[in-house]
Write a protein that binds this ligand. Structure first.
Ligand SMILES: C[S@@+](CC[C@H](N)C(=O)[O-])C[C@H]1O[C@@H](n2cnc3c(N)ncnc32)[C@H](O)[C@@H]1O
Length: 275
């Protein structure tokens, strides 16, 4: 099935306006492939009919599902490894010293997709900072635009292909139990993570001050203006001595000068410049 050029342009523009995600006009085939399951599931006669319904704006759930299907949700456990090593070897030990009185830690996974990123952090905390979990208030907030990925993330159940991507076998044995041919994450990890729907490109609900923010592999899909606005807004929730992680292919070059780039363990992270 194909989609007419005006309809395709309309969809791309809607996606950009609502979420900041930019899709290249040459990616029409990709969008069609991603939308066809929605057409089939809802027994809609054609792709054009689906787009017409969105144009009429009468079904916000359909619009959200379509925009979400147009996005890339690619993720894996312990993706890129080095941000997690930086947490383990450097940032968490430092924060534990600095927050010894408050005994509170908040980590935000700001585009968490199907949950591999926040659950990797939860596993790391259980594996290396178990004492902390008993006596501190530790919270991992995990948000995404897409309800589809959040539903899977909340279930915390992953197939063999998903666990094979990044989950060391000994951690798989320790933090998952087999469930109908898949793997279900343990309660110790699940209870640390709170999943919420949040559009990074819209007004945010009340956010707690965050010690660590993972904003990885999402800005790569935004245009420069959206990136700049988002990075500025991140400063309103990131504590002055906190840390912001971006994806391996992302940087703040050309977007903002309000952060210092610091060396982690095999990667960089960002901290708000002192006023
Ligand atoms: C490629 S995944 C990255 C997942 C994870 N952070 C990682 O690095 O593996 C990008 C995620 O960003 C989400 N996303 C895209 N635009 C968004 C927006 N405006 N607000 C919130 N989430 C968004 C998508 O739904 C998708 O799940």
């Amino acid at each position: 099935m194909k989609v007419g050029t005006p309809q395709f342009t309309f969809l791309c523009e809607l996606l950009r306006k609502k979420t900041g995600v930019v899709i290249d006009i040459s990616k029409e085939y990709l969008v069609v492939a991603r939308l066809m399951p929605i057409v089939r599931q809802r027994a809609i006669p054609s792709l054009d009919t689906l787009i017409d319904r969105i144009r009429k704006g009468v079904d916000p759930t359909l619009e959200r599902d379509v925009l979400s299907a147009m996005m890339t949700h690619e993720t894996s456990f312990f993706r890129d490894k080095s941000p997690f090593e930086t947490l383990r070897q450097k940032l968490l030990p430092e924060l534990i010293e600095r927050r010894a009185v408050q005994r509170q830690l908040t980590i935000w996974s700001a585009a968490c997709s199907t949950g591999q990123e926040p659950y990797s952090i939860a596993i790391l905390l259980n594996e290396h900072f178990r004492d902390l979990l008993g006596s501190w208030q530790v919270r991992i907030l995990a948000t995404d635009f897409s309800e589809t990925v959040l539903t899977q993330a909340r279930e915390g159940v992953f197939n063999n292909l998903e666990t094979a991507r990044g989950m060391p076998p000994e951690l798989l044995q320790r933090y998952f139990r087999p469930l109908q041919g898949k793997w279900s994450i343990s309660q110790d990890c699940r209870r640390l993570v709170e999943f919420r729907s949040l559009n990074l490109n819209a007004t945010w609900p009340m956010m707690p001050p965050c010690d660590i923010i993972f904003l990885r592999n999402v800005m790569i899909y935004f245009d420069v203006a959206t990136r700049a606005a988002l990075i500025k807004k991140m400063r309103t929730v990131l504590r002055p001595d906190g840390a912001l992680f971006l994806g391996g292919a992302e940087s703040l070059i050309g977007t903002d000068t309000g952060y210092d780039r610091l060396a982690g363990v095999g990667c960089s992270y960002y901290r708000p410049k002192p006023h």
